[in-house]
Design a protein around this ligand. Sequence first.
Ligand SMILES: Nc1ncnc2c1ncn2[C@@H]1O[C@H](COP(=O)(O)OP(=O)(O)OP(=O)(O)O)[C@@H](O)[C@H]1O
Length: 272
Amino acid sequence: MTQPVLSVRNLTIDYVGAEKDFTAVKDVSFDVAPGEFFGLAGESGCGKSTIAFAISRLHRAPALIRSGSQILVAGRNVLDLGDEELRDFRWREVAMVFQSAMNSLNPVLTIESQFYDVLKTHAGLNRKQSRERAAELLKLVDISPDRLTAYPHQCSGGMRQRIVIAICLALNPKLLIMDEPTTALDVVVQREILQRINVLRKELGFSVLFITHDLGLMVQVSDRIGIMLEGELVEANAAEEIYRHPQHPYTRKLWASMPRLHGAQIAAEATP
Ligand SMILES: Nc1ncnc2c1ncn2[C@@H]1O[C@H](COP(=O)(O)OP(=O)(O)OP(=O)(O)O)[C@@H](O)[C@H]1O
């Protein structure tokens, strides 16, 4: 079997409190294969973002990863990386698109400069090389290179989100983590962006860990889905299998809560 891009093993994460600790993630294990689109679903507060931040090593106190936990990216335990190795790991191995990503661009820098920040620091490119690479990356997300001279406020929300995704793809990461990447956008734009990501990961070969509350969208775009309940991963399976034959009562409850329109649409699309 090919080595997974991401292998989470016995991951347990506490939020350390003054009086008592709260265990947000409880002994979670799952794999994401090369090129795979893996969705993580579950109600608000079940620990999805805590896992996403831990994989990127962006978790901060009071979050504490318990010993015995392992997060292997291409076979290397992310939890053992030193500062220097971490700099190399972020962007190159794993890039993360946050919930509020479209507001994460620096308002006083042109789009070109935001690419340059990453490409100079992490790939040693000069201005000219960076401009060329940025133009290529913008084209990947269907944005004209003319936009390189624009400032974020001159771009729509959907466009800013695509730009952040393009920056995330700048160093060809093996894994793209998307934590509610499109929640602030309207439904049509959300779906367009996800469809584009889906095409790109097939072309470029990266894997995706996708977190969203939009279960209909998740079932449509994911190869496999993991269901979380109160910090535990209660079920993981191929998207169509978990949708048609959910094993855990909570998964059934989640599907039942999906807006009818989505259910009908997916069932219709899944029918050969
Ligand atoms: N900094 C923190 N300190 C203490 N507890 C926290 C902290 N951040 C998150 N938590 C708690 O950890 C649990 C898991 O939170 P997390 O944000 O990972 O859930 P989630 O599934 O991503 O939720 P959502 O879908 O709303 O983003 C929640 O109960 C949350 O209140």
